[in-house]
Design a protein around this ligand. Structure first.
Ligand SMILES: Nc1ncnc2c1ncn2[C@@H]1O[C@H](COP(=O)(O)OP(=O)(O)OP(=O)(O)O)[C@@H](O)[C@H]1O
Ligand SMILES: [Mg+2]
Length: 262
């Protein structure tokens, strides 16, 4: 089971879109995928037609009883694609658990029992640093950082990378990360310049291609379908397919490394 997290403390940069579109591609290729909505706003839960205000069972349940993970998962209506939904109760977790030992590993432990069921798990993180983000970073082997190609977004990225370094140092847990430039508009100077600064500043961790602006993403979220399933040939969908191929290549390298070193 591969666990990928999609995170950035900046809001509206394409985190949920990245999680849903990659998951759609994997599902289309016949892979079993679990999407985990870790955002108390529940955008991804809403995306698939559920109401995060009225769900009885959600990721929150897992934080009360980690054994109940299977009770919480719901189908999305798309083959091979399941959802562990969010509910608004998640917003209270930080206050409740903030300082309790071991609560940073709830998700990692919960996902362990799903090993045989899902080949890929994709975590859609909230735009906040808190117990949920800590859980996501502790559970994942690969972190994706979508960054909007505009100047202000770069500042946010630096902050995010500092946060990650802090968490990594504290936990001695290793994962690789990939910065994914999103909403790229090649007709605007702002996009071109932001991409150039990113390339100068973040060489090797930066994906060497981009996700373009594609208005069909909004349409796909309106009808509740991953764009990769709704219109696989769209520009945006093809860009995520290229990203997926790159991530799968890296996953093979990680596996190879583990075999060599074990
Ligand atoms: N490449 C793109 N082209 C055009 N629109 C996009 C693209 N990616 C995302 N969007 C749209 O931008 C909006 C924000 O995207 P999304 O919800 O994925 O961001 P987010 O980082 O998850 O936001 P939040 O921080 O609020 O969770 C959505 O309406 C989405 O449809
Ligand atoms: Mg989101």
């Amino acid at each position: 089971m591969h666990i990928w997290a999609v995170a950035n403390q900046k809001g509206g940069v394409g985190k949920t879109t990245t999680a849903v579109t990659l998951a759609g591609h994997l599902a289309r290729r016949g892979k079993t995928v679990l999407l985990v909505d870790m955002d108390p706003h529940g955008s991804m839960t809403t995306y698939f037609g559920h109401d995060p205000d009225s769900l009885d069972q959600s990721l929150y349940t897992l934080f009360q009883d980690v054994e109940r993970v299977m009770d919480v998962i719901i189908p999305t209506g798309f083959e091979n694609l399941s959802l562990l939904p969010a509910s608004t109760a998640l917003a209270t977790l930080d206050r409740q658990l903030g300082t309790q030992e071991g609560k940073g590993l709830v998700l990692k432990n919960g996902l362990r029992s799903l090993e045989a069921r899902y080949e890929y798990v994709i975590l859609d993180c909230p735009p906040l640093l808190g117990i949920l983000m800590v859980n996501a970073l502790a559970a994942c082997e690969h972190l994706l950082l979508p960054v909007q190609t505009e100047f202000l977004a770069l500042k946010g990225l630096e902050r995010m990378l500092r946060t990650i370094a802090m968490i990594l140092n504290a936990r001695k847990h290793h994962f690789i990360y990939t910065i994914v430039p999103t909403m790229f508009d090649r007709r605007t100077r702002a996009s071109l310049e932001a991409l150039r600064s990113m390339r100068e500043q973040f060489g090797t961790e930066l994906w060497d291609s981009v996700i373009p602006i594609d208005t069909q993403f909004r349409e796909a979220s309106r009808v509740g379908k991953p764009l990769s399933i709704m219109v696989p040939s769209s520009r945006g969908s093809r860009a995520y397919e290229a990203l997926l191929d790159r991530l799968l290549g890296q996953a093979d390298n990680v596996r190879h490394l583990q075999l060599v070193t074990s």
